[in-house]
Design a protein around this ligand. Structure first.
Ligand code: BEZ
Length: 213
């Protein structure tokens, strides 16, 4: 198991899923992707998480993000559980769930943390950009369901900062002012940021979000 760090190419793999065999890189295509693990099928928090992800499909589509889940349960288990998710969460699961029974992918992505649980995956999240580079890694314990609004918020920041010389400050949300990255010289600001800017300190310069009309 190699440690995966931000900026690394997301390791490729081929695995079975609830929607058939997936070659991860081929499946990602040239868009963004999220690979996220959950501890086990037929568990309450995971049921709410996967139902929530299904309901957010239009938000992921808007951002050109494909989503794939993973646990160490098998395909038949996933398929049975999907019926429960659809029924109880009032949705239709619209993304594949990888069946990592041999833990090949979990080990490749270091999703089993033995001091938390020797057998089950923790709640890992990997966001992958169109170059297949890992842009975000978050790990939650089994006891804490993820906040998928936060995930959308980070994706907005990642997609904004990939194309503009800005970073997003604490608690930023789409539409808020951004900070101009330190590498931008003062003299270049008017051309790069025609909407205007403020100099709070020489190292803290803000501008309206550049990718909005
Ligand atoms: C759950 O998804 O509810 C869960 C899974 C494993 C441990 C604790 C909770």
């Amino acid at each position: 198991m190699a440690t995966i760090r931000l900026g690394d190419v997301a390791p490729n793999f081929t695995a079975q899923s609830s929607e058939g065999q997936i070659n991860f890189h081929d499946w990602l295509g040239d868009g963004w992707g999220i690979l996220f693990s959950h501890p086990a099928d037929y568990t309450p928090v995971c049921t709410t998480e996967l139902g929530t992800v299904a309901k957010y499909k239009s938000e992921f589509d808007k951002r050109n993000v494909k989503v794939v889940a993973l646990s160490v349960d098998g395909v038949e288990s996933h398929k049975g559980w999907i019926n429960d998710i659809n029924e109880t969460q009032n949705t239709t699961v619209n993304f594949p769930i990888i069946a990592d029974e041999d833990r090949k992918v979990s080990e490749l992505y270091d999703m089993i943390h033995p001091n938390a649980d020797s057998k089950l995956t923790v709640r890992s999240v990997f966001v992958i950009d169109p170059d297949k580079k890992v842009k975000l890694i978050i790990t939650y314990p089994a006891s804490t369901g993820r906040n998928f609004d936060e995930l959308l918020r980070v994706i907005d920041s990642l997609q904004l900062t990939a194309y503009h010389k800005v970073a997003t400050p604490a608690n930023w949300n789409n539409g808020d002012d951004c900070v101009i990255v330190p590498a931008v010289a003062d003299k270049d600001i008017p051309e790069l940021f025609p909407k205007g800017h403020k100099v709070v300190k020489p190292y803290l310069r803000t501008t309206p979000q550049p990718n909005l009309d």
